[in-house]
Design a protein around this ligand. Structure first.
Ligand SMILES: [Fe+2]
Ligand SMILES: [Fe+2]
Length: 138
């Protein structure tokens, strides 16, 4: 396991909504695999393909969160959607940066994992979790 990995921690990362937590677990797993691939010279094409898949998966994931926020009347919907757009922009930038492999690229992916998991999930998605669980969802 490389130093770039983020370890999923149920009590730290779960927001309490099973469908969203499952997708977050999957996302962190995929980003860790990409971090491994960009670290290896002969695997940068695989890393690009995994990144394409991750972008599609992230779009599905953001759509799920946005649908639930809309359905239940989450008050900070617009701010959250803007955050998602920013994350997609970062993912696309990383995807474009993966043309050639290098330790610097691995560091970029690593920084992105931290950003997403530590900031977006813990700060923004936890708010959705608290809001939806208060509405009786799980
Ligand atoms: Fe989100
Ligand atoms: Fe999320």
């Amino acid at each position: 396991m490389s130093k770039h990995h983020l370890i999923w921690n149920e009590s730290r990362h779960c927001i309490g909504i099973a469908a969203i937590d499952d997708q977050h677990r999957e996302i962190i797993g995929r980003v860790n695999l990409i971090a491994d691939a960009v670290d290896q010279v002969n695997r940068h094409e695989a890393a690009q393909e995994m990144m394409d898949d991750l972008i599609l998966f992230a779009c599905e994931h953001f759509a799920l969160e946005e649908r639930l926020m809309t359905e239940y009347g989450f008050p900070d919907l617009e701010e959250h959607i803007a955050e998602h757009l920013g994350l997609l922009q970062q993912l696309n930038n990383l995807r474009n940066a993966l043309h050639t492999p290098s330790p610097a690229k691995a560091a970029l992916v690593s920084a992105f994992i931290t950003d997403w998991a530590e900031q977006h999930i813990l700060q923004f998605d936890k708010e959705i979790g608290a809001f939806l669980t208060a509405k009786g969802m799980s």
